[in-house]
Ligand binder design. Structure first.
Ligand code: SAM
Length: 233
């Protein structure tokens, strides 16, 4: 089953963006995943193709109209059981767990907001799951959708050249990744830790786990809270 992403946006020209390059781009060319975009404005009914209106209750900015967006969504996802996401700074934070869950499914429909956001009634009426990529505000959902897709596509079967290269990564085991080194042996007076060139695989694994735990404790103690990890017991 090919993973298929459908993006609803006012800026379809922003896709596939960087996902046309590197491993994701090659996988797209090979048909290992598919991407299509829907121009929300195509569902506007007036001659100015209006998609937004002033916020009820007053205030700055504009809000994406529910009737137009609902039509765009219905056009895509009638009889389609892919999850429907709305990129939104108010949403559930995107995590590697969520990325894995999405990658295991058949695809995703993503609505990209603009302006002050989207009328709440279309979020409720079309069961849009709000997903945030971080505690900051972007000008539109498109870079957020590209970020989410980047994370999902790279773990689709066959997309990463070396299947093992994902297994020790940050968040895969609830820890940040250990430091990485490569040649030369000495760089500007700094040496690769001796254990990594010892050939002792058990010692290397132990070092990596300890370093991962140390970094996680220092930088992201929230990841360890409430979890029992082999090293942290
Ligand atoms: N007024 C909204 C608020 O304060 O929550 C912000 C709207 S923002 C200017 C326009 C659109 O960008 C949003 O509807 C959403 O689609 C997208 N967006 C902005 N920040 C985001 C984030 N951190 N994660 C995901 N999408 C985001």
């Amino acid at each position: 089953m090919t993973f298929r992403a459908t993006i609803l946006t006012l800026y379809p020209e922003m896709f596939p963006g960087h996902l046309a390059l590197s491993l994701a781009g090659k996988a797209l060319e090979r048909g290992q995943w598919a991407l299509d975009t829907v121009q929300i404005r195509d569902f506007a009914q007036d001659r100015h193709r209006t998609v937004d209106d002033t916020p009820a209750g007053g205030g700055a900015g504009m809000v994406l109209k529910p009737d137009i967006l609902a039509k765009a969504i219905d056009n895509v996802s009638d009889g389609d059981n892919r999850p429907r996401l709305l990129m939104s700074p108010r949403g559930n934070p995107l995590t590697q767990e969520k990325v894995r869950e999405l990658a295991a499914g058949g695809g995703v429909v993503i609505v990209c907001g603009r302006f002050e956001g989207v009328d709440q009634r279309v979020i409720d009426g079309r069961n849009l799951e709000e997903v945030s990529i971080g505690d900051y505000v972007l000008s539109g959902g498109e870079p957020a959708a590209l970020t989410l897709l980047d994370a999902v596509v790279r773990i689709l079967p066959g997309v990463m050249g070396n299947a093992l290269s994902g297994t020790h990564e940050s968040f895969e085991n609830g820890l940040l990744e250990h430091p990485q080194y490569t040649r030369p042996q000495v760089f500007e007076g700094r040496e690769i830790p001796a254990v990594l060139t010892s050939g002792n695989h058990a010692a290397i694994e132990k070092w990596r786990l300890e370093e991962a735990e140390r970094l996680t404790r220092t930088r992201r103690p929230d990841l360890l809270a409430g979890k029992t990890h082999p090293v942290t017991k």
